[in-house]
Design a binder for this molecule. Structure first.
Ligand code: KIV
Length: 271
């Protein structure tokens, strides 16, 4: 008899069943071992090693600079921590667009070198060839439509996408392309709730929203924003559960004071 308690892992099939049963999917980002341990232990269904690491971990203004090697480093750290959640890793900017062979190589590197379970990429029909090749190799793909931050210089702003009929129509066509190509799920970022409701009802694969309203099959947030580590970032879609910036800042100030006052370490804290 095994002494190890069996943990039922979340798979892409589990997410499909959750949509069919009307059970909402909870997804959060993580980028390192310590945070992923806490997030997985908290019962999250999907952990996204997002290229938002470029912003919140590396301090870049956009997601464009992060490299494939850096994404693999973050992903491998997360995978080492996770016992239950499905781990999805973003293909970074420049690793899959316009060259489906390179896309496949990038996805294979992520799977082999990090041990993750799936990849995510941004875009619709324009990246279909890359999606086809990756899925043919047996690698599950999550899509991402609406506000796609890797195209920020095309959009010019981070405002809500697909408010106009033409862009909404294109998004509806694109989600069908992703479903037909075999994507197991699609992130919908910053689009009107009514549009997210319509496309969620129109597809069999689960939609995961961020700033896309309550009718998506699941929700995702960037962990650093959700626990208040990111100072001064308060978009309307964000529910902030903690103010860790203030908490940690308070702890640092208290430590500095204790050291300066020669109060730390005490007799009990030395050998
Ligand atoms: O990189 C990321 O964190 C993401 C989420 C915002 C969906 O793509």
């Amino acid at each position: 008899m095994s002494v190890h308690k069996e943990i039922k892992r979340i798979t892409t099939n589990t997410l499909q069943e959750m949509k069919q049963n009307g059970e909402k999917i909870a997804m959060l980002t993580s980028y390192d071992f310590s945070m992923a341990t806490i997030v997985d232990d908290g019962g999250i269904d999907v952990i996204l090693v997002g290229d938002s690491a470029s912003n919140v971990m590396a301090g870049h203004e956009t997601t464009l600079p992060i490299t494939l090697d850096q994404m693999i480093y973050h992903a491998a750290s997360v995978v080492r921590a996770v016992k239950r959640a499905l781990v999805v890793v973003d293909l970074p900017f420049g690793s899959y667009q316009g060259n489906s062979k390179e896309a496949l190589n990038s996805a294979i590197r992520i799977m082999k070198e990090s041990g993750a379970h799936a990849v995510k990429l941004e875009g619709g029909s324009e990246v279909k060839e890359s999606i086809d090749r990756i899925i043919t190799a047996g690698i599950p793909v999550m899509g991402h439509l609406g506000l796609t931050p890797q195209s920020i210089y095309k959009f010019g702003t981070y405002t809500v996408r697909a408010k106009e009929e033409a862009e909404a129509k294109r998004l509806k066509e694109d989600i069908m392309v992703l479903q037909q190509a075999g994507c197991f799920s699609v992130v919908l970022e910053k689009i009107p709730a009514s549009l997210a409701k319509e496309v969620t009802a129109s597809v069999k694969i689960p939609t995961i929203g961020i700033g896309a309203g309550k009718h998506c099959d699941g929700q995702v947030l960037v962990i650093n924003d959700m626990i208040g580590l990111t100072k001064g970032f308060h978009p309307r879609f964000l529910r902030q559960y903690l103010n860790l910036f203030e908490e940690i800042s308070g702890a640092v100030k208290a430590y500095v004071k204790d050291v300066k006052d020669a109060d730390f370490p005490s007799e009990k804290e030395q050998y």
